[in-house]
Design a protein around this ligand. Structure first.
Ligand code: ZN
Length: 129
């Protein structure tokens, strides 16, 4: 298993990690298979979505904030229940097909680490098989 570290700069942000994941795939020597991208944190997530227009990322963050406000009547005493809920909605992993030594992503797609309780340093596990 490989891993990368990502330093996030805001409480809620999506960080494009496509380039570093692509490099890991290209350096792995695996031509055809799958790449699993997994975040081992309970207040972060992984998604694949449009990377060309940054307004898409902003809209995702803004609508999630509306759906699950930071402050509210939550039981969890850490004060970050919204982050746990947002992480569960998005999910903690994605699987991408590796074809001819490259990630088989759509033209406008990017892989994002979703931070919901930053800023922090996050690990992302990567398994290419
Ligand atoms: Zn918590």
């Amino acid at each position: 298993m490989l891993y990368i570290e990502v330093k996030t700069k805001e409480r809620e942000t999506l960080v494009n990690i496509t380039g570093v994941i692509s490099a890991l795939v290209e350096n792995s020597g695996i031509k055809n298979g799958i790449c699993i991208v997994y975040v081992p944190h309970t207040t972060a997530a992984i998604t694949i979505n449009e990377s060309a227009d940054p307004d898409v990322v902003r809209d995702i963050i803004d609508r999630l904030k509306e759906l699950v406000p930071h402050k509210g009547d939550y039981a969890h005493s850490e004060g970050n229940s919204d982050a746990h809920i947002k992480a569960s909605i998005i999910g903690n992993s994605r699987i991408i097909i590796v074809e001819n030594g490259k990630l088989a992503l759509g033209t406008w797609e990017g892989i994002f680490l979703c931070e919901f309780d930053g800023p922090r340093t996050r690990k992302v596990f990567v398994k290419i098989i």
